[in-house]
Write a protein that binds this ligand. Sequence first.
Ligand code: TYD
Length: 216
Amino acid sequence: MSYYKGVLVTIEGGDGSGKSTHVELLKSYLDSKGISFFATREPGGTDFSEAVRALTKDTRFSDKSEISELLLFEAARADIVKKRVIPALERGDVVLMDRFFDSTTAYQSFGRGIPREVVDNANSIATYGIKPDITFYMRIEPQVAFERRGGVDLNDAMEIAGMEFHKRVMQGFDQIAKENPDRFVIVDTTQSIDNVFQKIVSNFEKCWSKHNKEGK
Ligand code: TYD
């Protein structure tokens, strides 16, 4: 749980899991309910973090060391967390993040093979210790995601990492979900968009009303 008045909602999952569609739907839903929110993506969200994002995707540097990659994601993270996420949580807003530190655990530890404790430490530094109240894990088999997207974006350093890499990432998310049953909601993305979104909204509403009852 966060220590702030607001609620931190994260959406996680592999590339091509339909995350972005549901982030947009959730934003419209929050608007329609008059709930004040701040939405962002990772890496990104500030000028600095967007510049770092471009670096992470740049295929000229796809041979960079895996620790350099880890530190890029963490550098982008620390900026958005300090400047936007924590202030929004302090105001009592809902913060909606398209990816957060679980992505780093899945991609950089399970995917790239950096020891878990190294990634956990880096995550705790860059997040200033905050954790999501609820995490929607959009689960998809990498092969299905690949077919859905109609192939791989050859201009994206993460997407060209290969099927075995993306399988390890999915196993990583499965493991993280198992370790955090209190905040993880596993969403079966083979269902229709309507069904998937129903599940997201009903779980968000439970989390939101519990939070409001606790009077944080
Ligand atoms: P993006 O285009 O946002 O992909 P998606 O729509 O699937 O979220 O690119 C973000 C990429 O960066 C994605 O491949 C996952 C990767 N990533 C990491 O490897 N580590 C991280 O900590 C984060 C936040 C993202």
